[in-house]
Design a protein around this ligand. Structure first.
Ligand code: NAP
Length: 326
C-alpha cells in the first residue's frame, strides 16, 4: 500500500509517498481501507523529529486519525464486519491506504457523514471532550473559556460546551475576524487576546470567573490569565501555540484552590483510548449525524499532496482541518 513516510526529518520536502506492507489483522484487529485521514500539528513536529510516537510505533509514519471502510477482520472479531464505516484515533500511521487497528477502538461513522468530515473528527472532538469534561470537570450548566478557539480543537470545545448546555462559553483568539467564524461562538462572547485585560472581560461576562479554561495557547500570559478562573476552577493545558514559558503566582493558585492540569492524547494507553472512543466517540458521532457537532474542513487534498498540506498548516492560513484523501 501507499503511505506517507518521513524519508528525511526536517522540512516538508522530506516527506514521500512510499510502498509499505499492510499489517495483517491478528485476533480482534481489523484492516480499514482509509478514505480520509486529517493532518494534525503533531504530524508537523514528528516530521521534524521533535515528537516521537509511543514505543513500538514507527516514527517515520504519520497520521493520528482516519475514517474508512473495514475490508478484513481478524479471527476473533465480534464487533465489526467487512463493509462497516469506521473512524478512530491511532498513535501514528493513519496517513496511508490501509490501517490495522483493534476493532474496539473504532467508532461507527453514521450514514450521511462524508468521509472527509469523519476523517477529521476524532482527534479534535475526543481531545476537546476529554479536556473540557474529563480533565476540567465541566458539568452541564457550567461556564468555560476556550483560549485559541479558532483552532480545530478549540472549535470542538466550544461546540461540546454548547451541547452540554453551558450557561456561558467564552472564546479567545488573536483576531475577531477569525473568531467570528467559529461555529457555536457568539461574537459577543469572543475576545481578541492583547486587546485588553482578559480576566476583567471574562468577569464582565461570567461574574467571579469561569469554572473551566481549556487552553490551546499556553505562553507567557498564562500566569496572569489564571485570574479568569472562579474559585476551585480548573485550567486544562492542551496546546502550546503561544510558547512554553510563563510565570505563575503560586499564592493565587493556593488561596483560590485552582487546579492546573495538562494532557496529551497520543500517550493514552490502548484500553483508555478504547474507553474514550466507545463512550465519547459514539455520543459525538450521533451529534455529528444530527448536525449539533460540525467539523470545519479547510481543504481536502489527495494523499500525494501531503507536502502542500504541511506547508499550509505551517503557514497558519488554514481554518479548520486539512484532510488527506488516499
Ligand atoms: N494535548 C493533546 O493531546 C493535543 C491534541 C490535539 C491538539 N493539541 C494541540 O492543540 C493545539 C491546537 O491544535 P489544532 O489542531 O486544533 O490547531 P489548528 O487547527 O492548526 O489551529 C491553530 C490555531 O492556533 C492559533 N495560533 C497559531 N499560532 C499562535 C500563537 N503564536 N499564539 C496563539 N495562537 C496561535 C491560530 O489561531 P488565530 O490565528 O486565529 O489566533 C490557529 O487557528 C496545538 O498546539 C496542538 O498541538 C494537543
Amino acid at each position: 500500500m501507499r503511505a506517507v513516510v518521513v524519508a528525511r526529518p526536517g522540512p516538508p520536502d522530506g516527506l514521500e509517498i512510499q510502498d509499505v506492507p499492510i499489517e495483517q489483522p491478528a485476533g480482534s484487529e481489523i484492516v480499514v481501507a482509509v478514505k480520509a485521514a486529517a493532518l494534525n500539528r503533531a504530524d508537523l513536529l514528528q516530521r521534524r523529529g521533535l515528537y516521537a510516537p509511543p514505543a513500538g510505533y514507527d516514527a517515520a509514519r504519520l497520521g493520528l486519525e482516519y475514517a474508512g471502510e473495514v475490508v478484513a477482520c481478524g479471527a476473533h472479531c465480534a464487533l465489526r464486519q467487512v463493509g462497516d464505516r469506521v473512524m478512530g484515533l491511532m498513535p501514528t500511521g493513519a496517513q496511508a491506504e490501509f490501517v490495522t487497528v483493534q476493532e474496539r477502538e473504532t467508532i461507527i461513522v453514521p450514514d450521511g457523514v462524508a468521509w472527509e468530515v469523519a476523517g477529521a473528527f476524532p482527534e479534535a472532538f475526543l481531545t476537546a471532550y476529554r479536556a473540557l469534561v474529563m480533565e476540567g470537570g465541566f458539568k452541564p450548566g457550567g461556564s468555560c473559556l476556550v483560549r485559541g478557539a479558532t483552532s480545530a480543537v478549540g472549535q470542538a470545545v466550544v461546540q461540546w460546551a454548547r451541547l452540554l448546555e453551558a450557561t456561558c462559553v467564552l472564546a479567545t483568539g488573536r483576531s475577531m475576524e477569525r473568531l467570528e467564524r467559529v461555529h457555536g461562538a457568539s461574537p459577543d462572547d469572543c475576545f481578541a487576546e492583547g486587546s485588553g485585560e482578559l480576566a476583567r472581560w471574562v468577569k464582565s461576562r461570567s461574574p467571579g470567573g469561569v469554572q473551566v479554561v481549556v487552553d490551546l495557547v499556553g505562553g507567557e500570559t498564562l500566569g496572569e490569565h489564571l485570574a479568569c478562573l472562579a474559585e476551585d476552577g480548573s485550567w486544562v493545558l492542551v496546546g502550546l501555540l503561544g510558547g512554553m514559558q510563563t510565570s505563575l503566582n503560586l499564592g493565587a493558585l493556593l488561596l483560590r484552590r485552582l487546579t492546573l492540569r495538562a494532557m496529551t492524547m497520543r500517550s493514552l494507553p490502548l484500553e483508555q483510548r478504547i474507553g474514550l472512543s466507545q463512550t465519547v466517540g459514539e455520543r459525538g458521532a450521533a451529534a455529528l449525524a444530527a448536525g449539533t457537532l460540525q467539523v470545519t474542513v479547510d481543504q481536502a487534498l489527495p494523499l500525494t499532496q501531503v507536502r502542500l498540506a504541511h506547508e499550509r498548516m505551517e503557514a497558519g492560513c488554514h481554518f479548520g482541518k486539512l484532510v488527506l484523501l488516499p
